[in-house]
Design a protein around this ligand. Structure first.
Ligand SMILES: [Ca+2]
Ligand SMILES: [Ca+2]
Ligand SMILES: [Ca+2]
Length: 462
């Protein structure tokens, strides 16, 4: 008995130290396929709505697509939003409204999609017909009042000369105000925007001479400065501002090819090379997040090992992890930290041409890639008994029988969550058909009588 007691004490110590390690950086990853079989994910942007991930992304055939993990049935709902979407960025405001910027590569317009619990609108932010393109490498953020701000690259080719500039737009009421921020030629490709606590924007951007630059607006006045011109710097940048209003930026330097991190301490800029990444290629997107302590976390693509990597800087020390290395994975990644500072990353799987998501330190007891908290069958890896691990099956396109329009398949009496009912009938947010009788039993439950039972076969479902 005495020996057994010692073993238990020893085991407890090991578990305690392992637990302490997890608070520093993620150690385990649950990896789920979101959109499979549609060649989607070249450009992704991730957000969280009440802790549930949502992703805007580019998907074949040349569409802006949107995936949202439904809190109701824990299925990924996939939808096509608009044509184009070659470059997309997404931000979620404090009300849970989703704001998406994207390039429509057909019309070369920068556009904006707003999704408020299924009530959606699309606007053109900027357009210059016949001249060029708007929105390469756009980056959107929302301030505390719910106003979206976006940076983007403007290209044109007027009368034989090429002018490429950095632009910025902000929504004023119902119309967008646009402005040139840096009109020096060929500045602005690769750009990212962050807002400080006052809503002042700062934009990191690439200067084609191999320099990372920063533009900032204070009291309505824009100023710009060079930040790093060492080693052909500044591609695929991602910026965040900490609680003290100081910028932190991740980016790729090309000579040699490294992931670099720069931050301003209030007096000086500091630069740290984090990891070699092999080569600069189209998927080499970096994505930076800061935790509540101001520690930097970066997701990125390692072209040498064709893998998704994640680096965390705690107490000035970097920890680098390989998140996914099955095939050629990890391009176009987008990183967010959840309320517990756990990392979630969306990215492209080039080998299977799929959109994937990785959750750091989310328990996944059945190891199907779906974290317990998002798994409707947390102890069964093949809940639908089709021989395929559930986490590899991907989401459900909106409009199919398994998708959000499933009400048509229900029996005469239904019972469930009212929010599910409202999310279940098309158009999104439209609620139940008016012919049905709905009895509200409690705020979250209903009993429904389907009046249209017995319609002839082949008729439109209720
Ligand atoms: Ca699971
Ligand atoms: Ca499961
Ligand atoms: Ca299955």
């Amino acid at each position: 008995m005495a020996d057994r007691g010692k073993i238990l004490v020893a085991l407890s110590l090991v578990l305690a130290s392992a637990g302490a390690g997890r608070t520093v950086s993620a150690e385990t990853w649950a990896i789920q396929f979101v959109d499979v079989g549609s060649n989607s994910g070249q450009s992704t942007s991730l957000g969280l709505v009440n802790g549930y991930p949502v992703i805007s992304y580019f998907g074949s055939p040349r569409n802006l697509k949107y995936a949202a993990l439904s809190p109701v049935d824990k299925k990924w709902i996939l939808q096509t939003v608009d044509a184009g979407g070659e470059f997309t960025s997404l931000a979620v405001d404090s009300s849970g409204i989703v704001h998406v910027g994207y390039l429509n590569g057909f019309t070369m317009q920068l556009k904006y999609w707003r999704n408020n619990q299924g009530q959606t609108t699309i606007q053109v932010i900027d357009s210059e017909p016949g001249q060029g393109g708007m929105g390469f490498y756009n980056s959107i953020q929302v301030d505390a009042s719910g106003t979206p701000h976006i940076s983007y690259y403007h290209t044109r080719d007027p009368a034989g000369g090429i002018t490429d500039d950095l632009k910025y737009a902000v929504l004023n009421g119902s119309t967008w105000s646009t402005a040139f921020i840096d009109r020096f030629a060929e500045r602005g490709k690769y750009n990212s925007l962050a807002l400080d606590a006052m809503g002042n924007p700062q934009i990191a951007y690439f200067d084609n001479v191999g320099t990372l630059r920063l533009a900032k607006q204070v009291a309505g006045i824009w100023t710009t400065q060079g930040i790093d011109s060492t080693g052909d710097s500044g591609r695929f940048n991602s910026i965040r501002i900490d609680a003290l209003g100081r910028p932190h930026i991740s980016y790729i330097a090309a000579a040699p090819v490294v992931l670099r991190y720069a931050y301003f301490d209030g007096a000086l800029w500091h630069y740290e090379d984090v990891d070699g990444v092999g080569a600069v290629v189209a998927p080499s997107v970096t994505s930076l997040a800061l935790d509540a302590s101001g520690n930097a976390h970066i997701s990125y693509y390692d072209a040498a090992s064709t893998s998704l990597k994640y680096a965390s800087r705690i107490g000035g020390v970097w920890t680098v992890q390989t998140v996914d290395s099955v095939g050629d994975v990890g391009g176009y990644s987008s990183l967010r930290l959840d309320a517990q500072a756990r990392p979630i990353i969306s990215y492209f799987d080039a080998t299977t041409a799929a959109l994937k998501i990785a959750y750091g330190d989310y328990p996944d007891q059945d190891a199907d890639g779906i974290p317990d908290v998002f798994d409707s069958c947390p102890s069964n890896p093949d809940c639908n008994s089709n021989g395929i691990v559930d986490g590899r099956e991907g989401g459900v396109p909106q409009g199919t029988k398994q998708g959000v329009r499933r009400l048509g398949d229900e029996s005469i009496f239904g019972c469930g969550s009212l929010s599910a009912l409202h999310g279940a009938s098309g158009p999104p947010g439209g609620g139940p058909p008016p012919t049905d009788l709905l009895l509200l039993l409690a705020p979250a439950f209903y009993l429904m009588f389907r009046k249209c039972l017995g319609r002839p076969a082949g008729r439109r479902p209720c």
